[in-house]
Design a protein. Structure first.
Length: 207
């Protein structure tokens, strides 16, 4: 009995790790979504008040735009795990139960493949290896590769654009982890987790 348990344990450990990472990411995304919604609302109200008072703040508009961008990517990642993304069921409604399961596994696998591809593209875009070879000198990297991402700054805030663009690899990583967790559930390798705490009700994902 102990030999059987020890044989199963190593194979189950990576699966539990994926599910644990997905759960922690989803919890962080819950607070991030709420935080960005609060920030966006505050920026909009600040913009209205300052414009009405005739003392407009030029950086508010750009801050609101970046808040929307961050909110969109964080929300999209959470929706992937919650299975609240869009689904066209016109064809799958005619499938058998086995066909629907196969189609769901294929769709989840495509999302996982997209996340991995996006991670690879972000690595090429941000070029951390090239940055290290340039001695972390942004100007030298730009001169050699014409990659100006580490030298550019935002128009009004004056922030480095690479720090804001980091939402892309973070989104790719979180979506990859979430889609991997979804795939494990679709393959019945792990029990399906309830996301009622995130949704604030007993409503489950729709896909």
């Amino acid at each position: 009995m102990n030999e059987q348990a020890s044989a199963v344990q190593p194979s189950a450990a990576p699966l539990r790790l994926v599910m644990w990472m997905s759960a922690k990411l989803l919890m962080a995304e819950r607070f991030a979504v709420a935080g960005f919604m609060f920030l966006l609302t505050g920026l909009i109200l600040l913009n209205v008040v300052t414009r009405y008072a005739g003392v407009s703040l030029y950086w508010v508009d750009e801050s609101a735009v970046y808040s929307v961008v961050f909110l969109t990517f964080v929300g999209a990642s959470a929706m992937t795990r919650l299975r609240l993304d869009f689904a066209v069921t016109l064809l799958t409604e005619r499938f058998s139960a086995r066909g629907v399961r196969i189609a769901k596994v294929m769709a989840t696998a495509i999302v996982l493949l997209f996340g991995l591809t996006l991670l690879w593209l972000c690595a090429l875009w941000l070029d951390p290896v090239g940055m290290a070879r340039a001695g972390f000198d942004a100007r030298e990297l730009a001169a050699k590769t014409f990659n100006f991402i580490y030298t550019e700054r935002t128009q009004t805030l004056g922030w480095p654009v690479w720090a804001l663009y980091m939402i892309m690899p973070l989104f790719a990583l979180s979506m990859t982890v979430h889609s991997a967790a979804n795939l494990l559930e679709d393959l019945d390798l792990v029990p399906r987790a309830s996301q009622a705490a995130f949704l604030g009700s007993g409503i489950e994902g729709v896909n």
